[in-house]
Write a protein that binds this ligand. Structure first.
Ligand SMILES: Nc1ncnc2c1ncn2[C@@H]1O[C@H](COP(=O)(O)OP(=O)(O)OP(=O)(O)O)[C@@H](O)[C@H]1O
Ligand SMILES: [Mg+2]
Length: 266
C-alpha cells in the first residue's frame, strides 16, 4: 500500500497528540508497542449489526514476535487493521507506538502508517509497471525523500532480502517468494518499529513460505522490530515467541494445544 503525503505534517500532528488526555484509567507504558483496552468492533449493515468482538485487551511489548491465529471470519484482519490505523474501533482504547490511533484524522493516520508501521499482505500489491527497486523506494518518495537517496536506500533493502540482482525486474518477472521479499523490503524501507503481516506466506507453497518466514525472523531480530503476524499455518505460528488465538470474540494465549485466558497487566 502506498501512502501519499508529505513528511512535514506528521511532526505537527504528533506534537498535538502528545498533549491529548489519555483515556480514563489508562496507564501508558513506554515499553509496550501495543496497548489495547476494551476493544470492540461492530460493523453496521443495512441487514443488521455484525459484532466481531466487544472487550478485547492486548499488550505487546517492544521486540515481541506475536502470531495471531483463528478461524476464517474471526476478525484477525480487522484486528490488524485497527492496530495499524487502517480501520477504527467501535469502542475501547488502542495505543500503537504511543499513539492513540483511533483519534487520528485520515491524514494523520496515513502519516502514522508511513512513519511507524510496515505492512505485508497475503498478496504483494507491488505496482506492476514499476521495477522492484522503484517499488521498494516508493514509500520514501511518498514522504518526500529525494529520488537518488530513496533509490540508494531501496537498493540496500533489496540487498537485505537477497534480491539486489533483481532490482530491475518488474513484479511480473519475479517468483511469488521473490515478490513477497520485495514487499517486505518495501514495508521496512522507512524504518518502522512495528511490522504487521496478514498471512504473509498464505499464497506460497510450504517450502517458499518457510524461507519467507525465515527472512521475517531474521529482519525482526536484526532491526529490533516488534512483529505481529496473522497466519493459518500453526507450524509457523509456533515459531513466534507468542501465539494468540482469536475466536468467538475472545483473544486467548495459545502457546500449546489448549488455549488459555490471555494475561495482561505487564
Ligand atoms: N467492511 C465490512 N463490513 C461488514 N462486515 C465486514 C467488513 N469487513 C469484514 N467484515 C466481516 O467481518 C468478519 C471478519 O472479517 P476478517 O477479514 O477480519 O476475518 P479474518 O479472521 O481475517 O478471516 P480470514 O482468515 O478469512 O482472512 C467477516 O465475517 C467479514 O465478512
Ligand atoms: Mg483475514
Amino acid at each position: 500500500m502506498i501512502e501519499t503525503h508529505s513528511a512535514a505534517a506528521p511532526l505537527a500532528s504528533r506534537a498535538a497528540r502528545e498533549t491529548e488526555p489519555r483515556a480514563p484509567g489508562f496507564q501508558a507504558n513506554q515499553s509496550l508497542i501495543i496497548q489495547v483496552r476494551g476493544l470492540g468492533k461492530t460493523y453496521q449493515r443495512a441487514r443488521g449489526a455484525l459484532t466481531l468482538f466487544e472487550d478485547l485487551d492486548l499488550e505487546v511489548a517492544a521486540g515481541e514476535m506475536v502470531a495471531i491465529v483463528g478461524q476464517s471470519g474471526a476478525g484477525k484482519s480487522t484486528l490488524l487493521h485497527i492496530l495499524g490505523a487502517l480501520d477504527t474501533p467501535s469502542t475501547g482504547t488502542v495505543y500503537c507506538a504511543s499513539t492513540n490511533v483511533a483519534k487520528l484524522t485520515a491524514k494523520e493516520a496515513a502519516a502514522f502508517r508511513n512513519r511507524e508501521i510496515g505492512y505485508v499482505w497475503q498478496f504483494h500489491y507491488l505496482l506492476p509497471e514499476f521495477t522492484a527497486l522503484e517499488n521498494v523506494a516508493m514509500p520514501l518518495l511518498a514522504r518526500g525523500t529525494r529520488k537518488n537517496e530513496a533509490l540508494g536506500t531501496a537498493e540496500q533493502w533489496l540487498s537485505e532480502v537477497g534480491l539486489v540482482d533483481r532490482g530491475d525486474h518488474r513484479p511480473g518477472e519475479l517468483s511469488g517468494g521473490e515478490q513477497q521479499r520485495v514487499a517486505l523490503a518495501r514495508a521496512l524501507v522507512c524504518g518502522p518499529k512495528l511490522l504487521l503481516a496478514d498471512e504473509p506466506t498464505g499464497d506460497l507453497d510450504d517450502g517458499t513460505a518457510g524461507k519467507v518466514f525465515d527472512l521475517i525472523e531474521r529482519l525482526h531480530a536484526s532491526h529490533g522490530l516488534t512483529s505481529i503476524l496473522v497466519t493459518h499455518n500453526m507450524d509457523l505460528a509456533l515459531r513466534c515467541g507468542r501465539t494468540l488465538r482469536l475466536g468467538n470474540g475472545r483473544l486467548t494465549e495459545s502457546t500449546d494445544a489448549e488455549p488459555k485466558p490471555l494475561q495482561t497487566g505487564v
